[in-house]
Design a protein around this ligand. Structure first.
Ligand SMILES: *Cc1c(COP(=O)(O)O)cnc(C)c1O
Length: 426
């Protein structure tokens, strides 16, 4: 391929004459790393288009997307129904601000609340904003309803959590990469071990307003708590008059083979935090969902967002909710997930030391003596499978729910082949 005709190569050459880009991919990566902050370490693949579970890079190579943008693309790239909803709304109106009403917000919050079995929705944009909003709602509820003394509220969180990147959220992270040099930190959080109901019970005092947790910890490596844990948390929260806040930003909206990970164990939290897939992979859409006795504490002027609840986001989010209301994505994730986990469990002892997860979501611990998670993901990429490592030797698979079973089988075969290559090298 003659890269000299590419505007990307020309621009890269203009800004970084010392780097000679050989391929269109290298050129694109060079220009990005010249001017984009280096807060990520992406795999060296430059995606140009996508359809369903597959993406194509700038050199025309195809890859099976087994990350789905951390579950934001649950319904596949270029999902016809979602693209059509967006296109139709683009032609009408996209942003009004909440200074005025728009005709898309009402249907969106009505149907999202119904999907969640709740009464009210607070629409925001990113996941971190939903978490921040949930924290503010819980504190206001604590002071105004529970009767906690001013500024004394605390929230119990879990070791190994991931809830986003704002200064308040990283204040209660225990990941040094997420925290170092970003202090001073927001007070008012206490951390307990994940999966330990007794520790949670002990940490709660009269000033505790909420327990915030992921029903399955995503970034920690798809960590599924013991079966009785979430019901125990629910019981403790009810007994102690504390809100249970489930961060279902990554686990929710079909991924685990149910609408919510909480559904898998019959638990209903007081607040759901939603994001990622709620925007259909098209626009950032997030929400806090709860009943009137909690979300109703917010009064005009106390909280807001310029883009939250905008008509484009609401139109796409509404279509996402309608797809989930049929139960079809959940069922597909459940069936394909059972098949995926069966295939992955067969790799135990053959380079894989543990497999966890639920539905179409898997955390796979690679034998660290064999390869790092990053090395496995790079080798998978060369074979046409895009996956992402987390915490050393764990890789996670979360393909779009629209993936075909034959493609899943092929991806597992590629993983098997990669593990075989590393075993030979050892
Ligand atoms: C991704 C994620 C967030 C943060 O969402 P952003 O849209 O990146 O701000 C919060 N909680 C969980 C569980 C997540 O996976």
């Amino acid at each position: 391929m003659n890269t000299n005709t590419s505007t990307i190569t020309t621009a890269a050459a203009a800004t970084a004459p010392e780097t000679v880009a050989e391929t269109a991919s290298e050129a694109a990566i060079a220009i990005e790393s010249e001017h984009a902050a280096h807060n990520y370490h992406p795999l060296p693949v430059v995606v140009a288009s996508g359809e369903g579970a597959w993406v194509t890079d700038v050199e025309g190579r195809r890859y099976l997307d087994c990350l789905a943008a951390y579950s934001a693309v649950n319904f596949g790239h270029g999902n016809a129904r979602l693209v059509e909803a967006a296109r139709e709304q683009l032609g009408r109106i996209t942003l009004t601000s909440r200074a005025f009403h728009n005709d898309r917000l009402g249907p969106f919050v009505t149907e999202l609340a119904a999907l969640c079995g709740k009464q009210m929705v607070l629409p925001m944009n990113t996941g971190a904003e939903a978490v921040e909003s949930g924290i503010k709602v819980a504190r206001a509820w604590g002071y105004r309803v529970k009767g906690v003394a001013a500024d004394a509220a605390n929230i119990v969180v879990m070791a190994g959590n991931f809830h986003g990147r704002t200064t308040t959220i990283v204040s209660f992270s225990d990941d040094p990469d997420a925290r170092t040099d970003f202090g001073p930190f927001t007070p008012g959080f206490r951390t307990v071990p994940y999966g330990d109901a007794a520790a949670l019970e002990t940490a709660i005092d009269e000033n505790t307003v909420a327990v915030l947790l992921e029903p399955i910890q995503g970034e920690a490596g798809i960590v599924v708590p013991p079966p009785g844990y979430l019901p125990a948390v629910r019981g403790i929260c009810t007994d102690r008059n504390v809100l249970m806040i489930a961060d279902e930003i990554q686990s929710g909206l079909g991924r685990v083979g149910a609408t919510f990970a909480c559904d898998l164990v019959g638990v209903v939290p007081d607040l759901y935090l939603l994001g990622k897939a709620l925007g259909g992979g098209i626009v950032p859409v997030s929400a806090v969902v709860g009943d009137r006795d909690v979300l109703g504490v917010l009064q005009p002027g106390e909280h807001g967002s310029t883009f939250g609840g905008n008509p484009l986001a609401a139109a796409v989010g509404l279509e996402v909710v309608r797809m989930l209301a049929t139960g079809e994505p959940q069922q597909r994730a459940r069936e394909l997930g059972a098949h995926l986990h069966e295939r992955l469990l067969a790799l135990l002892g053959r380079g894989v030391v543990a497999v966890r997860g639920a539905g179409l979501w898997a955390g796979i611990d690679i034998d660290p003596a064999l390869a790092s998670g990053r090395e496995v993901c790079e080798a998978l990429m060369r074979r046409g499978v895009l996956a992402k490592d987390t915490h050393g030797s764990t890789i996670r698979l979360a393909p779009p729910i629209v993936v075909e079973q034959a493609d899943l089988d092929w991806a597992v075969e590629q993983l098997e082949a990669v593990l075989g290559e590393f075993a030979v090298r050892e």
